[in-house]
Design a protein around this ligand. Structure first.
Ligand SMILES: [Zn+2]
Length: 190
């Protein structure tokens, strides 16, 4: 008789496409020498990933958490924003190409949110438009680290700015790391 198999919880994965962008950003912002110093702070496997990730491959979310935490420790919180700006500029040449010209800030955030599943194997995003310049983005079933929440906030703020939003304010009003059932960001701009 076959033994009953215990099914492990599905592992959450991210696409590898952002790994090379992290390396490119560090070299561009701080130079080759700082990049060499930074890579020494990473486990061997992550160094290899940074330089050889398959953009279409899937990798554990825990690894992106570690990478972001190391970036935070090495370059400081203010530079995470610079990284997100660089990532957004690359995304606009790639998967968000051509959208900025005809989308308002919430439209672009909504388009990006609709692509969540292309980059993350688990989790579900809902976007609610409350008025022309106010909306919310809710992320369900995704609970990895406060640093991801921070990156998400910067990402939606940057998209709103790129699409012409002035005085963009993005606040995380609910967070699984504060005991809420989901993470929610409130977006307002003029
Ligand atoms: Zn959160």
């Amino acid at each position: 008789m076959e033994e009953a198999k215990i099914q492990p919880a599905p592992q959450s994965l991210d696409r590898g496409e952002f790994y090379p962008k992290v390396g490119d950003w560090i070299v561009k912002e701080f130079g080759k020498k700082r990049y060499e110093e930074f890579r020494k702070t990473l486990p061997e496997e992550l160094i290899h990933r940074l330089e050889n990730a398959d953009p279409a491959g899937w990798y554990p979310v825990q690894d992106s958490r570690l990478l972001y935490e190391k970036m935070f420790a090495c370059f400081g919180q203010e530079y995470l924003e610079s990284y997100v700006q660089y990532y957004a500029s690359q995304a606009l040449k790639g998967f968000l190409r051509g959208l900025v010209a005809f989308m308002n800030p919430l439209g672009l955030a909504r388009r990006s949110a609709a692509l969540w599943g292309r980059f993350h194997s688990t989790g579900r995003i809902e976007v609610e438009l409350l008025s022309r310049n106010h909306g919310t983005i809710t992320l369900h079933d995704w609970n990895y680290s406060p640093i991801h929440c921070h990156i998400h906030r910067l990402w939606y703020a940057e998209l709103a700015r790129i699409a012409g939003g002035k005085d963009v304010r993005v606040t995380e009003t609910h967070c699984v790391h504060r005991g809420d059932e989901f993470c929610r960001w409130d977006i307002r701009f003029n």
